[in-house]
Ligand binder design. Structure first.
Ligand SMILES: C=C(O[C@@H]1C=C(C(=O)O)C=C[C@H]1O)C(=O)O
Length: 266
């Protein structure tokens, strides 16, 4: 979401944030489809298998190396105002001070569930998403992993913005304040949970995975009948739905709760 082009209160409306989360469903499904075309390639997840020029002392996995190096670049450009200012090649200019005009309360803080995201991605998603074995496409697999992990991380950390929007609801704010003061995480989670939104999301996600997973030809209709279609899909629809049901939604809510527990600290 672009926080710079709009006034900050407006960009925190729950409706707009939900639109952003819906758009990110597409990003995540396509990233998973990209990864699913390659085999599991377990070698890229085991530490110490490859050596890297100029990083002789690095002992982690290929994926960790890849992610670390790309995030070094992200760290250097993070403070620029727009992606258009980032050079594609050559040295980066000196970073300027943070120009991002976030709503004040959303200044960067310590909420980070990336360790959890990495764990469920490697232990639960990759083994069911990809064919067992090694097709030796190590670089291709790792680039897709980075795309999947970054999209999942972005989606889940959006919980901060969602939580702030919910806290701004004047009818509910006294309740949130009461539960925050009594450190009642369960009550906070119950208050911010919207079962209807979650149910619609899971239904929509199944239809999206079924649709995006098909080869679209020049004629003929799409087939939304899972029984007939699932054999030739590019992705296992159940993996996508389970990913959201078991991991993405619960972790988004965890971020929401952590954010709100710190909301009154200033
Ligand atoms: C994100 C929201 O908050 C909660 C988390 C949801 C999610 O991660 O998709 C969905 C509904 C809510 O229980 C929301 O209300 O839209």
């Amino acid at each position: 979401m672009n926080f710079l082009s709009e006034n900050s209160n407006d960009s925190l409306s729950l409706g707009k944030l939900r639109d952003t989360l819906i758009r990110l469903e597409d990003t995540i499904i396509f990233a998973l489809i990209e990864r699913a075309q390659f085999a599991r390639n377990v070698s890229i997840y085991k530490p110490g298998i490859f050596k890297y020029e100029g990083s002789d002392d690095f002992n982690g996995s290929f994926l960790e190396f890849f992610l670390g190096e790309s995030e070094k670049v992200h760290a250097k450009v993070r403070r620029y105002q727009s992606p258009d200012e980032y050079p594609f090649t050559g040295p980066l200019p000196e970073p300027v001070l943070p120009p991002l005009n976030y709503p004040k309360i959303l200044k960067p803080n310590n909420i980070n569930v990336n360790d959890k995201i990495m764990k469920f991605y490697l232990e639960n998603i990759i083994p069911t998403l990809c064919a067992d074995g090694e097709d030796q496409n190590f670089g291709s697999s790792a680039t897709r992993d980075v795309a999947c992990l970054q999209a999942l991380s972005q989606r889940i950390h959006y919980g901060k913005f969602v939580a702030e929007a919910k806290f701004q609801d004047q009818k509910l704010q006294p309740k949130y304040i009461e539960y925050i003061k009594s450190r009642d995480s369960e009550a906070i989670e119950a208050l911010l949970t919207n079962k209807k939104v979650e149910e619609s999301l899971l239904k929509r996600l199944r239809r999206k995975a079924l649709t995006y997973g098909q080869d679209i030809t020049e004629s003929g209709g799409l087939n939304l009948d899972i029984e007939n279609t699932s054999r030739c899909l590019k992705i296992n629809v159940d993996v996508v739905v389970e990913l959201y049901e078991k991991w993405v939604i619960p972790l988004t809510k965890e971020v929401e709760v952590i954010y709100l527990l710190e909301r009154l600290d200033e």
